[in-house]
Design a protein around this ligand. Structure first.
Ligand code: AMP
Length: 637
């Protein structure tokens, strides 16, 4: 049921790799509502497409993906906050039909053609378009503007990926109140669902296997306190990888049967790497079509033992039909499924828990529906029933909406919850010999502030360079570098002079580092906001302007399409009128001529579907028509 909410409701957005979902807390009923989109779907594909005359987002973009593969962008969550040279990016590029090149500072740039012009897009920009769509879906439902949102990210997202997600929110005109870990959000959905009749502390393990990422979190829930004990994951493991395996399997089969390689012949992979992801149209279209049917087949293998695939004229006019059974699908993905189980084990170790201590295993994410995954998990937990009571596609948005309501002062009737999350990766600085000195170990509860003392290594050292890293490797430079700053003006002293380095992480998992010289109290500080992986404030400003331009163009396109449609409708009526037998009795020959010539002019305009004609001109035509026909048309009825 639709109802008008107070202005500026806060919403929860699950910005997924393949699908996104938006939810709102309903004060009136004290529950969360998952908001359906204009197609009536409760999740929206995270797809953005560009055509000769318009930009499409969500279902409309996904639906035309096979026909326009090179300009239909998806999976950007796999790019966000990463460098172009990242091996995972390089692997993904080979399978994407759209082009990605290396931009300034090794940033991946997505290349599309829009209105016959080449456009370069940042991953943040594409994500912001999906977020804008989700905001609009919410605004339509709530009949009021939406500014504040909680946006979820995989628990295992690093600092750069989190910040890039916040930037995407800013470009979409949102105030991201909090970036929240996806499994924690799902745990809230589960915990709220189960809270009645629950006594004492329960340990739950959230197994979140989505389209592109995998997260495991172990939480303890006691009364209203949700405490994350440990989190582990892989930001590059999910349903898309299973799809890729199936695509490769059928590419080989097609090659065997027809002696043609639809991935672009034998040297394709090396050649594609050299060409930085450039892939020719015919290959990309065939691959895109194959991928779509593979994803569908994969889904049906969760319920059936065999799935068939059939594609007319897949490549060079050759039809392709084949089938795959569940056992084969499981075999080709077994190493990935086992990888998931290893991550579950390591999360238990981090939480210092034995598997027998887990009360509930909660499944989240579309790929958790795969029977083999469920079986492996159930076997691992010695036959324990898995909890499938919450909707795996909606649980994350549900929890995010509760968090959004909790953070909004003006929303009432929200359950009083206390969330205690952890930081997924260790944070520290590089010390002599490129050693990683950890200041905040992974899985430390956030918000947190830790201080450690360090020493100068030379006599009369006048400054210290603080290099900040994130990761689990002992050699600092093997981890990911977050930023550096200098603490200058040390008092001249023999080596061993002390200074303190303080790391603090806020509720979003965002880090601030400061250093203080012990003897003088002189301090230097850095909030890791503008290291080179991140967009500068000027770039963000520019992108916000561009986002507004896109919105205006989209609106203009719709207005144009509506005007064309109205004209078409009018012409249809006039043509029908002319067909009437007694028309000559009712109208003068001059009136008939007027209708005929008007029909001819407008038909040409409509048939050419002429988006170039200014809307005002089109609307003038329509108004002119209405005036001319005002007297004539009633006579034809
Ligand atoms: P999410 O990111 O949670 O929206 O998950 C999307 C992923 O779940 C996509 O890769 C889907 O192909 C996959 N998925 C959805 N339903 C099923 C299913 N029934 N069986 C296997 N995978 C599924």
């Amino acid at each position: 049921m639709k109802r008008k909410q107070e202005a500026h409701s806060a919403v929860g957005i699950d910005l997924g790799t393949t699908y996104s979902c938006v939810a709102v807390w309903q004060e009136e009923h004290s529950r969360v509502e998952i908001i359906h989109n204009d197609q009536g779907n409760r999740t929206t594909p995270s797809f953005v497409a560009f055509t000769e005359n318009q930009r499409l987002i969500g279902d409309a973009a996904k639906n035309q993906a096979s026909a326009n593969p090179q300009n239909t962008v998806f999976d950007v969550k796999r790019l966000i906050g990463r460098k172009f040279s990242d091996p995972t990016v390089q692997d993904d590029i080979l399978l994407w039909p759209f082009k990605v090149v290396s931009g300034v500072d090794d940033r991946p740039m997505i290349i599309v053609k829009y209105k016959d012009q080449e456009k370069q897009l940042y991953a943040e920009e594409v994500s912001s378009m999906v977020l804008t769509k989700m905001r609009e879906i919410a605004e339509k439902y709530l009949e009021s503007p939406v500014k504040n949102a909680v946006v979820t990210v995989p628990a295992y997202f690093n600092d750069a990926q989190r910040k890039a997600t916040i930037d995407a929110g800013v470009i979409a005109g949102l105030n991201v109140m909090r970036v929240m870990n996806e499994p924690t959000a799902a745990a809230i959905a589960y915990g709220l669902d189960k809270r009645t009749g629950c006594v004492g502390e329960r340990n739950i393990l959230v197994f979140d296997l989505g389209g592109g990422t995998f997260d495991v979190s172990i939480l303890s829930i006691k009364d209203s306190v949700f405490q994350v004990k440990a989190t582990a994951g892989n930001t590059h493991l999910g349903g898309e990888d299973f799809d890729n395996r199936m695509v490769n399997y059928f590419v080989q089969e097609f090659k065997r049967k027809n002696k043609v390689d639809i991935s672009g012949n034998s040297g394709a992979l090396t050649r594609l790497r050299k060409n930085k992801g450039e892939i020719s149209g015919k290959y990309s279209k065939a691959l895109r079509r194959l991928r779509t049917v593979c994803e569908r087949a994969k889904r049906s293998l969760s319920f059936l033992l065999t799935a068939t695939i059939e594609i007319d004229s897949l490549f060079q006019g050759i039809d392709f039909s084949s089938s795959i059974n569940r056992a084969k699908f499981e075999e080709m993905n077994m190493d990935l499924f086992n990888e998931c189980m290893k991550i579950v084990e390591s999360c238990l170790m981090d939480a210092k828990m034995d598997k027998s201590m887990i009360d509930d295993v909660v499944l989240v994410g579309g790929s958790s529906r795969i029977p083999k995954v469920q079986q492996l998990l159930q076997d691992f937990f010695n036959g324990k029933e898995l909890c499938m009571s919450i909707n795996p596609d909606e649980a994350v948005a549900y929890g995010a909406a509760v968090q959004a309501a909790l953070l909004s002062q003006d929303v009432k009737n929200v359950p009083k919850l206390v969330l205690q999350d952890v930081t997924p990766l260790s944070l520290g600085i590089s010390i002599v010999g490129d050693i990683m000195s950890v200041v905040i170990p992974r899985n430390t509860r956030i918000p947190v502030k830790n201080t450690q003392q360090y020493f100068t290594v030379e006599d009369n050292q006048s400054y210290s360079l603080i290099k900040i890293y994130e990761g689990e490797r002992t050699r600092a430079s093997d981890n990911s570098w977050l930023g550096s700053f200098t603490l200058s003006g040390h008092t001249p002293a023999p080596r061993g002079h002390t200074y303190d380095v303080c790391f603090s992480i806020d509720e979003n998992g965002i880090l601030t580092v400061s250093a203080t010289e012990s003897s003088t109290g002189k301090t230097s500080k850095i909030t890791i906001t503008n290291h080179r992986d991140r967009l500068s404030s000027e770039e963000i400003k520019k992108l916000i302007q561009e986002a507004e331009d896109y919105q205006l163009e989209d609106k203009k396109f719709l207005r144009n399409a509506k005007a064309l449609n109205d004209l078409d409708d009018y012409i249809y009526k006039m043509r029908n009128a002319l067909k009437k037998k007694d028309i000559n009795l009712k109208l003068s020959s001059q009136e008939i001529e007027t209708i005929k010539s008007t029909v001819a002019v407008i038909t040409k305009l409509v048939d050419e579907n002429n988006q170039e004609v200014e809307i005002d001109v089109m609307e003038d035509h329509l108004n002119g028509l209405k005036i001319t026909m005002e007297d004539i048309l009633p006579k034809t009825i």
